[in-house]
Ligand binder design. Structure first.
Ligand SMILES: [Fe+2]
Length: 530
């Protein structure tokens, strides 16, 4: 019994494969294969093929294909559309053959199922906050052994995702770049209170504006853009200089503060409605690590709160997994195995067996390099399997990495430490630290040791790596400790400007060469420029 879940139709196309017991075999985003970020509108063809290959099966072995959207609610849907989907996903042979069943799952239910079943909790309240599902922008579920039950929902007029996306457009950062706006918000002076109240979210449920409730998501975003431009004025600086644009900073800080206050209120509402102390968050707004960082334990945010996660949530809605004691591993994608070294595109490189001491020496000499090993991490954060690394000091390391990656110079970097040493650098963030989904205030010792990974407001978005999860990074942290140096590294995604994170060994080598990095640890090999 095999179920293939997919996210398809808009952005972040993805596929997930589970067996008859709901056991996850693979989860991957289409962008990693096509190398087009967010894979707008693309069928998750290569992600699906990857999942099937991982299990050694082919599409006729599937019992069900399930989509993390209730598409017939949104557009006319016939058997011909189903056939077109199957041919797109599996090729011409799928045209006349026996076909797997096709099912649809409510988008917010898919988000909620992905978070709950991945959390390791046996019971939880689940809060879903995104741009919009089929109709709703916010949903609360109670989750337990009997499944998920929806407790309350809010229509599109309350969309925090639409508000934040509009703010991102108004400051000039474009589509699906809310993470950049969150980084920009820290340049606010702290006095930007919630200038954008989104209405009485948890009271009688009246939105701030009396915009027609049946507006499309795009129309809501447009109304928000007009409102923000009227309220704050015009942004005049280019993206690289937005930290020096007082209007841009106020827009970002206000959108951020509004989101934090709304998430806090919705978190409390979720606890009240469900009676559960443990809370899961999902939906694109749950990528807001600053808002997440202000919530108490026990809290769980999966590494895939964005729409790619509904591929798995949809599959798990059809085939729920057995309860797990631990949160899910994020390392679910393409494997880079030992010995997997593609041809280098030019001479001038050396390839040797990886030895942690040699890389520690490079790091201590101020070199910036990358790690690519094992299965790729799901989601937008590099978690040590496809990461650019460096010592997080001096502060200028941030500028060098931002230049290398073509990022705006005001954007922050994140750190990784092992569980034994992390509490020296930042207060514990529980499960959030597994996937870099919660920010924390850097300690005094941390400010000395990781200035390049401490944002302008004194916070960071940390990862703590459990033993055995990222062997190369763990060996380097241990090596730094043995050398008498604080065992903490900058950990930022391994990709060039506006690219998805590298996936294969060939991607890693090409990007290593293209970015001019000093070294690449590729599974069990160390590649260096001569
Ligand atoms: Fe969503």
């Amino acid at each position: 019994m095999w179920t293939l879940g997919i996210n398809w139709k808009w952005h972040d196309g993805a596929a997930a494969l589970v067996d008859g017991d709901g056991r996850l075999w693979a989860l991957a985003e289409e962008e990693r294969f096509t190398r087009v970020k967010h894979a707008w509108g693309a069928y998750p063809v290569r992600a699906a093929r990857f999942c099937l290959d991982r299990a050694g099966i082919d599409w006729p072995d599937l019992d069900t294909v399930v989509i993390g959207w209730d598409l017939p609610q949104l557009l006319p849907w016939t058997d011909a559309d189903r056939d077109e989907l199957y041919v797109a996903l599996f090729g011409r042979a799928a045209a006349g053959a026996r076909k797997p069943a096709l099912a649809f799952v409510d988008h917010h239910l898919a988000h909620a199922a992905s978070a709950f079943h991945a959390s390791g909790f046996t019971r939880a309240g689940v809060l879903v906050v995104d741009g919009a599902g089929e109709r709703d922008a916010i949903s609360v579920y109670a989750a337990g052994p009997g499944g998920l039950a929806r407790k309350r929902h809010w229509p599109r007029a309350f969309s925090l995702g639409a508000m934040y996306e509009a703010a991102t457009h108004v400051v000039g950062l474009g589509d699906l770049n809310a993470g950049k706006t969150m980084g920009l918000a820290a340049y606010g002076d702290g006095h930007d209170s919630a200038l954008l109240p989104v209405g009485d979210l948890v009271g009688d449920g009246s939105p701030l504006f009396d915009w027609p409730a049946d507006l499309s998501y795009g129309d809501f975003t447009g109304r928000w853009r007009d409102h923000l431009a009227d309220r704050f004025g015009k942004v005049t600086r280019a993206p690289a200089d937005l930290d020096q644009d007082p209007v841009a900073v106020r827009v970002a800080a206000s959108a951020q503060r509004t989101t934090e206050e709304a998430i806090r209120a919705l978190y409390t509402e979720t606890r009240c409605l469900t009676g559960e102390p443990a809370i899961c968050l999902a939906g694109g707004v749950a990528l807001n690590c600053v808002a997440n960082g202000r919530l108490p334990e026990p809290l769980y945010v999966p590494p895939f709160p964005h729409d790619a996660g509904v591929a798995l949530g949809a599959a798990w809605t059809v085939r729920p997994p057995r309860p797990a004691a631990e949160p899910i591993t994020p390392y679910l994608g393409t494997d880079i195995a030992p010995g997997d070294v593609p041809d280098l595109p030019e001479s001038g490189f050396t390839v040797r067996p990886f030895a942690p001491e040699a890389v520690v020496d490079l790091l201590l000499a101020g070199r910036i390099g990358a790690v690519a090993e094992g299965r790729a991490e799901i989601g937008p954060r590099a978690l040590g399997h496809r990461s650019i690394i460096a010592l997080p000091r001096p502060a200028a390391v941030r500028d060098r990495i931002n230049t290398i990656k073509g990022r705006e110079p005001w954007r922050p970097l994140a750190p990784v430490a092992d569980a034994g040493h992390a509490p020296r650098f930042w207060p514990g963030q529980g499960r959030r630290e597994l996937y870099m989904v919660g920010s924390a205030v850097v300690s005094a010792a941390g400010r000395r040791e990781l200035p390049a990974a401490t944002h302008v407001d004194g916070t960071t978005r940390p990862q703590t790596v459990p033993t055995g999860h990222a062997p190369v990074v763990e060996s380097l942290l241990a090596g730094l400790g043995s050398a008498g140096v604080a065992p903490v590294l900058v950990n930022t995604s391994f990709n060039g400007a506006a690219e998805p994170i590298v996936d294969t060994a060939a991607d890693a080598v090409r990007t290593f060469v293209g970015l001019g990095l000093d070294f690449l640890v590729l599974a069990d090999r160390l590649i260096r420029r001569r």
